[in-house]
Write a protein that binds this ligand. Sequence first.
Ligand SMILES: C[S@@+](CC[C@H](N)C(=O)[O-])C[C@H]1O[C@@H](n2cnc3c(N)ncnc32)[C@H](O)[C@@H]1O
Length: 299
Amino acid sequence: MCAAPGGKTTAIAILMKDEGEVVAVDRSHNKVLDIQKLAAEMGLNCITTYKLDALKAVSRSNDSYATTNLCCNEKNNGVTIQSSDLPSLHVERELTEEMNADKSCENGRNCNKTANERTYVSKAEIRKNIRRMRNGPGRNQCSGGRVQNSKGFSPHSFDRVLLDAPCSALGLRPRLFAGEETIQSLRNHAKYQRRMFDQAVQLARPGGVIVYSTCTINPGENEALVRYALDTYKFLSLAQQHPSIGGPGLLGGCEFPDGYTEEWLRPGEEKLVQRFDPSGPLDTIGFFIAKFIVGSKDG
Ligand SMILES: C[S@@+](CC[C@H](N)C(=O)[O-])C[C@H]1O[C@@H](n2cnc3c(N)ncnc32)[C@H](O)[C@@H]1O
């Protein structure tokens, strides 16, 4: 979940020796294309991509597996457009010439066509076509590939779920704190992540694994999410991670002056998560990883 641009998706596929199936979803059409491109560049075939909002990752219908629709590009009968299928540059020249010819006609010079023969192509249209040829089609017109739209997956569809959640990114060096986040926006990230995690919990089968990760050092989006997960879903337990190179998680919690409280980890849990601190001895960005085993969901 939240897979674009596909760094972790492709790493997982490589660890799986390109066998089995890795389903990568992201809510952004163009970013899903980025995953496809990366997978193709790396010669990986076991990755299936979908455009899907992680907040709606669980299907509301009874359809098994994914309910998918073609997002666009129906005219191509499902054939992925390769760059060689795009109009070539000589067409660009022809269009430019046509544009110039139109201009001449407008000026009443060098015009061999009768008014009826002339097909009017506006300059804006020509410019748009030239742009499309250079850059590929626009955002909502399938920029060079097909993106399948998923309506969600049935509960328990997956052996393992990685939720690499969108976050405040307070661990990204050298930016770190860019001043864009407020206390409220940090709390909003946490709310959003919990809702995505709720979906991940439903998608993972009993006996499966959920990994939650962020690239922020904000405990509200990390340790507090783990607390929420363990307190809400009694069938989840933290699992040891291999390799384990990050530092321990934060114990305790925090009470803010406005009364808002965050509960973090309890003794024994801190060594089961990995916290990467950009100010620490490891030369890394800030990052956080928690791995959960999904127990029986009955009772
Ligand atoms: C931290 S990045 C993921 C990086 C990626 N996992 C990788 O390793 O290459 C977060 C991603 O979440 C996606 N995203 C944000 N909100 C989403 C949502 N509601 N549903 C699905 N994806 C979402 C963004 O488009 C972004 O690509």
